[in-house]
Design a protein around this ligand. Structure first.
Ligand code: GDP
Ligand code: IMO
Ligand code: MG
Length: 433
């Protein structure tokens, strides 16, 4: 049984958590392949809101194995807090598995993330300040501390000593920040390590065995395609690879094990943090959409910037991920508009138009959206029970996107609750259209 990737197709917060939760009902393993506590995936179930940062969005189904894979970075304090909060709410975390190869976010990573943003001033990226960039940088520099290091207190302490000998110099001399004490850190980490040890597993082997046994495996991305370190809007990106191709690397399985990629896109676009955003709305319209769509960051509470659906960027996401079907979320949020602009091309500085995502960042920075204006439907979608029950203009909106992208929209979101989704095929097969 091959695995399915679920990938954000815009700048994050597309509603991945809700879609993964929905499909997890028919899955045995849900595996997060990159990112860390910069992610905030929301699931709304019977009015209860769950905001997941580290833990995969299959956790609400008892028995579903939830893997935090090797490609992730883990903040031990935040993970323990998240596990404790889930347990307090009656959600068992017994089936969580943590790759020993995932890297740990340490206090110096968080301190350096904040200090580096401060130093950048007006050029700052607007990171979540969770230490993501510095942790992945240390991983690439082969200076990282990994989850498996918590299995041996002596080794862990040695690694702290080695790391802090350098990091304290950087903190004090470069960023004028407070140094960290080895003793204090080792003590605090020992209790966290004791709590996390039972979750550590060989997750590459676990996923491979599950696939061989014919179990259904979902690979959940964090962030979104345009925040991808290699293919996104660099430098305004995160420090890992959300794109679907990275799922195999992040988990430790071969790419031949994956045969379906479900892209998740909002019916409009949002972005948190700095960086170019061609279809960004004027402030009054942004406020309206922000209000209607509750567009505030799940992790940082920041206002999300809002824009109209950008089919140029979305076609790019279809390409770089090999998206085989799409979930279009939050269509209900657009129910208040008489007319809805959709970006079909970019006008470049030389006056030419292109429907392809610019390869050079300066072209993208200066790209002006070319809109086609579609009629709105002006009625709530609350009572709609099937895709063909959508108002005609809403159906046209979805069909317009499908035609432009040459991909079928198999799921349409009409509300935050788990059941507020319209599916083209039975859900058990929705990701594998
Ligand atoms: P993620 O990071 O991709 O999982 O997305 P977030 O959870 O950060 O943000 C998506 C927000 O939209 C959350 O508050 C969800 O509860 C909400 N949401 C998801 N799908 C829908 C939908 O179809 N309609 C509405 N109104 N809200 C939705
Ligand atoms: P989910 O998984 C939206 C953004 C930050 C910033 C940039 C770099 O919920 O979709 P980082 O802390 O990763 O170094 O910040 O990436 N960002 C997100 N934006 N949703 C997310 O996650 C994000 N994770 C990071 O706002 O612009
Ligand atoms: Mg989010």
């Amino acid at each position: 049984m091959p695995a399915t990737v679920i990938v954000g197709a815009q700048w994050g917060d597309e509603g991945k958590g809700k879609i993964v939760d929905l499909l997890a009902r028919h899955s045995d393993v849900v595996c997060r392949y990159q990112g860390g506590p910069n992610a905030g995936h929301t699931i709304v179930l019977d009015g209860d809101v769950y905001k997941l940062h580290h833990v995969p969005s299959g956790i609400l189904y008892p028995g579903t194995v939830c893997v935090v894979a090797a490609g992730c970075v883990v903040d031990p304090g935040l993970l323990v807090r998240e596990l404790d909060e889930l347990e307090e709410r009656g959600v068992s975390t017994d089936a969580v598995r943590l790759s020993g190869n995932a890297h740990l976010i340490m206090p110096w990573h968080v301190a350096i993330d904040s200090a580096s943003e401060r130093r950048l001033g007006t050029l700052q990226i607007g990171t979540t300040k969770r230490g993501i960039g510095p942790a992945y940088a240390d991983k690439a520099a082969r200076l990282g501390i990994r989850v498996q290091d918590i299995l041996d207190a002596k080794i862990l302490r040695q690694k702290f000593e080695t790391a802090l000998a350098e990091k304290n110099v950087v903190l004090e001399r470069v960023y004028r920040a407070e140094p960290l004490a080895v003793e204090e850190l080792a003590e605090r980490m020992e209790s966290l390590a004791a709590r996390l040890r039972p979750y550590v597993a060989d997750t590459s082997l676990l996923v491979e065995r599950a696939l061989k046994d014919g179990r259904r495996v979902l690979l959940e991305g964090a962030q979104g395609t345009l925040l991808d370190l290699d293919h996104g809007t660099y430098p305004f990106v995160t420090s890992s690879n959300p794109v679907a191709g990275a799922a195999a690397t992040g988990v430790g399985i071969g790419p031949t094990r994956i045969d379906a990629v479900l892209g998740v896109a909002k019916a409009y676009v949002t972005r948190v943090g700095a960086g170019p955003f061609p279809t960004e709305m004027p402030p009054r319209e942004q406020e309206r959409v922000r209000e209607l769509g509750a567009e505030f960051g799940t992790t940082t509470g920041r206002e999300r910037r809002c824009g109209w659906l950008d089919l140029v960027a979305l076609r790019f996401a279809v390409r770089v991920n090999g998206i085989t079907s799409l979930a279009l979320t939050k269509l209900d949020v657009l129910s208040q508009f008489d007319e809805i602009p959709v970006c079909v091309a970019y006008r470049l500085r030389d006056g030419t138009e292109t429907a392809e995502f610019p390869a050079h960042q300066s072209d993208f920075h200066h790209a002006e959206p070319v809109y086609e204006v579609l009629p709105g439907w002006r009625e709530p979608l609350d009572g709609v029970a099937a895709l063909d029950g959508l108002p005609a203009a809403a159906r046209r909106y979805v069909a317009f996107a499908e035609e432009a992208l040459d991909v079928e929209v198999t799921l349409v979101g009409t509300g935050a609750e788990r059941e507020r989704v319209l599916a083209r095929t039975p859900l058990a097969g929705a990701a594998r259209a």
